[in-house]
Write a protein that binds this ligand. Structure first.
Ligand code: ATR
Length: 283
């Protein structure tokens, strides 16, 4: 890894959100730039409520090469952009902005990042059946990406069923989809007929690491488990899956792949996934 100094030609990318101090993105992207000897830096920008438009416009006016957008602005930022790509528009959230010929264009790399985290490890998505726990922002990104990638079926399971039904209505145009509540029996039957169980809820996240998003008995042979949580890296759900010898992937994979996709949108260079993963592990 080569050291570099900030010079007159250093380019800037960064993250707007609030708060941003705990983000892994600066560590991940700066390691990627260093490893490829690219004269870029990535900085976090804590943007207070009410200042999003001025911050985004101002940063691009000052020449930044690209931005990531995080909580709580992924939805709101859309109204300040000139264009939004079809997938991000469908999800209703943007996490990456690029300036193209003076126009601010929004993308969402969360869903593609999720797909790559499976395909990157040799798993097929096309024709596979998925049970998604949760119907919030992360579930939307994953559900639209699965639909686009040719999943064979998606069952959205949520505590608030109306939210699951709304998402099913939206993705139902592209994929066989159904909604249900956290009903033990029905969920068990659905899991038996599916290939993957994906947790997109925050249940099991630090500090509530003793919690499970569903009954442990419902995790059974024949299903692979993905938990989008990356703090801790091994949630109680993933520990249960590993105990049974099932495929078990954590949220760090998606984090790294969405980062690599944003990296290539800003720079035109493929994001070095292994370097980015290693940087997060060290952090
Ligand atoms: P994110 O953007 O991370 O997806 P979100 O939009 O707030 O966050 O969505 C959180 C998801 O976790 C929702 O599906 C939420 O269920 P509700 O729609 O019923 O609120 C789910 N969730 C959060 N805490 C939960 C809990 N204790 N039990 C079950 N589901 C929970």
């Amino acid at each position: 890894m080569k050291d570099y100094s900030i010079t007159g030609t250093t380019r800037l990318v960064g993250l707007v959100g609030y708060p941003v101090e705990h983000s892994f993105s600066p560590v991940m992207h700066n390691a990627a730039f260093r490893s490829l000897n690219m004269n870029y830096v990535y900085l976090p920008f804590p943007v207070a409520r009410g200042h999003l438009q001025s911050a985004v416009r101002g940063l691009f006016c000052a020449g930044v090469s690209g931005l990531n957008v995080t909580v709580p602005y992924k939805e709101q930022v859309i109204e300040y952009l000139d264009e939004v790509d079809d997938y991000a528009r469908a999800v209703g959230a943007v996490n990456t902005i690029v300036s193209k010929e003076g126009k601010l264009v929004g993308y969402n790399t969360d869903g593609p990042g999720f797909i790559s985290s499976l395909t990157g490890q040799g798993f097929d998505v096309r024709g596979r059946k998925f049970v998604l726990l949760g119907a919030g922002g992360s579930a939307r990104a994953v559900a639209f990406a699965l639909a686009k990638a040719g999943a064979g079926g998606i069952c959205i399971v949520n505590r608030t069923v109306a939210r699951a039904e709304q998402l099913v209505k939206e993705i139902g145009v592209w994929v066989d989809a159904q909604a249900m509540g956290l009903d033990h029996g029905a969920l068990g039957r659905e899991i038996e007929n599916s290939h993957w169980l994906i947790n997109t809820t925050s249940v099991g996240m630090f500090p509530n690491t003793h919690q499970l998003p569903l009954d442990a008995q419902l995790v059974r042979p024949g299903i692979g488990v993905v938990d989008l949580i990356y703090n801790p890296l091994r949630t109680k759900l993933l520990i249960e899956a590993q105990r049974q010898g099932l495929a078990a992937l954590n949220g760090m994979e998606m984090l790294v792949y969405q980062g690599a996709a944003s990296f290539s949108l800003w720079t035109g260079v493929e994001g070095p996934v292994d370097v980015m993963k290693q940087a997060i592990m060290q952090a």
